[in-house]
Design a protein around this ligand. Structure first.
Ligand code: NAD
Length: 497
């Protein structure tokens, strides 16, 4: 069925074909301003709908609703086990609508159905289930104070109104990373998805309402950076959790200084893959390739600089070329597709310019290296690209690529490779490949990053803290650490005399 017809018939927020609505104080409202962003299918340029640009008045209304909802009996006094059931019901709602959500994410973001269904939708449900479990375990402490006249207990209380701002690479999943812990800990929310990919967030909001989320607890507005700025500068917002580029992260630090908002920043990355001389190439090349091509490389933890020991570099390159060349690229809705388009033409130009600059500076494209023509020209497709002869002076080795590109460098010894890997403004993640367990531990301990993986590229799990060092951000999402990000510690003294 045509997505536009299907959605406009059934949904309140997601009015495709027309202008999508905002969720404010439990009501789906038409945007005041006529200005809009187009939702476009990156696989073929098809127009999917228009997204409103929230004005200051609408952001004010959303923040006001979220503030009022904080202390309502329906939310502020909801019992922990009731909140757990609500989060669990949201997960059930996501799963009940999994086919529609996956299709919508593929249409809007471009990721193949196997990624939207297996990673985005399934992962979003898992996050709500994981944090449902925490609702009944948010215990305080009774610290051992050296007093006879008083005792003390601590509690974890909500921070308040949270402004959640998400990027375009995993819209549904990253919304869930933020919503699940924010709600498990009793906060209320104003959520703004990226202007390129807002559709599944709007649909998720409808599902959350249907699951019984009280009015005003979740408010959703759409728009671009200007709307984001209205949120980060708003004095009624107590905390901002942002996932996006490091440049915008820096702006958010400045914008949020007015009322000293608490900040969680999940920013860019430049994950290194260190392939040691004793790595098992039969096992590891497929894992590296799967990582590079997952969501067309538009993954913050994507491996995007490869340090291969010089003794095995030729073999690694030959085998990587063969496997990378066999990846099936196409419209993510089609059967068997392993890699879809990049999210937009604008982003494709950026990836291509980075590759072209490496080629101008002396790198060679063993595979790929320019945008795809023919049947692919209507979409923003970029081919899997293998670059050799890369040096650290090249942008492709230093900056985030966010595309399916493998820049290969070689190294000679451990001290040297660790120094080169750590010489980066980013510190999000890295992988080490070796059959020697002691070497794996030794290198992992010396890599300066929020997540290090030995002989694996997996690492995303609701229970695993995720976040970076230096320009990769502040704080951690997921795991028990996310609870700290969304709560304040409150100490209460009780006089005993
Ligand atoms: P972006 O920074 O351009 O935009 C992210 C969000 O911020 C969007 O919703 C956008 O509308 C909004 N925004 C833009 N300018 C703003 C401003 N001045 N104030 C407030 N909000 C503003 O990032 P993007 O291009 O959408 O996403 C890609 C980036 O996200 C990459 O750098 C990637 O590494 C990063 N990312 C990081 C993680 C992580 O966990 N560390 C995960 C996914 C993506």
């Amino acid at each position: 069925m045509n997505l536009v017809e299907q959605s406009s018939q059934t949904d309140r927020g997601l009015v495709l074909g027309g202008l999508s609505n905002f969720l404010i104080d439990g009501q789906w409202r038409e945007p005041i301003s006529g200005s809009a962003h187009e939702a476009i299918n990156p696989a073929n340029g098809e127009h999917l709908g228009n997204l409103g640009e929230a004005t200051a008045a609408e952001v004010d209304a959303a923040v006001g609703a979220a503030r009022r909802a904080l202390d309502t009996p329906a939310w502020g006094q909801m019992l922990p086990n009731e909140r757990a059931r609500l989060l669990w019901a949201i997960a059930d709602g996501i799963e009940a609508n999994a086919a529609e959500l996956s299709r919508l994410e593929t249409l809007d973001q471009g990721q193949p159905l196997r990624v939207s269904a297996g990673m985005s939708v399934a992962g979003a449900a898992e996050h709500f289930r994981y944090f449902a479990g925490w609702c009944t375990k948010l215990d305080g402490r009774v610290p051992s104070v050296s007093r006879r006249d008083a005792m003390l207990y601590t509690q974890r209380v909500p921070v308040g109104v949270c402004g959640l701002i998400t990027p375009w690479n995993f819209p549904l999943l990253i919304a869930a990373w933020k919503l699940a812990p924010a709600l498990a800990t009793g906060n209320t929310v104003v959520l703004k998805p990226a202007e390129q990919t807002s559709l599944t967030t709007l649909r998720l909001a409808e599902i959350m309402e249907e699951a019984g989320l009280p009015q005003g607890v979740l408010n959703v507005v759409t728009g671009a950076g200007a709307t984001g700025r209205l949120i980060t500068e708003h004095s009624g917002i107590d905390k901002v959790s942002f996932t996006g580029s490091t440049a915008v992260g820096r702006e958010i630090v400045r914008a949020s200084s007015g009322n000293l908002k608490r900040l969680s920043l999940e920013l860019g990355g430049k994950a290194a893959s260190i392939v040691c001389e004793d790595a098992d190439l039969d096992k590891i090349i497929a894992k590296n390739i799967a990582n590079v091509t997952n969501n067309s490389g538009q993954v913050c933890g994507a491996l995007s600089r490869f340090y291969v020991h010089e003794s095995i570099a030729d073999e690694f390159i030959a085998r990587a070329q063969e496997q990378l060349g066999s990846i099936s690229v196409g419209n993510g809705l089609d059967e068997g597709i392993q890699m879809g388009p990049l999210n937009s033409f604008e982003h494709m130009e950026r990836v291509d310019e980075m590759v072209q600059s490496a080629l101008r500076e002396g790198a060679s494209a063993v595979l790929g290296g320019s945008r795809m023509g023919g049947d692919f020209a209507a979409g923003s497709f970029y081919p899997p690209t293998l670059l050799t002869g890369v040096t650290e002076q090249m942008a492709v080795a230093r900056d985030e690529i966010f595309g399916p590109v493998m820049p290969i460098m070689t190294y000679t010894d451990e001290d040297e490779v660790i120094a080169r890997v750590n010489d980066s403004e980013y510190g999000l993640s890295a992988s080490v490949w070796t059959e020697n367990l002691a070497r794996g531990h030794r290198l992992a301990a010396r890599i300066s990053a929020g997540a290090v993986r030995v002989n694996t590229v997996s690492g995303l799990d609701p229970a695993a803290p995720w976040g970076g060092m230096r320009a990769s951000g502040w704080g951690r999402e997921m795991g028990a650490e996310a609870l700290e990000a969304y709560t304040e510690v409150k100490a209460t003294w009780i006089g005993l005399d």
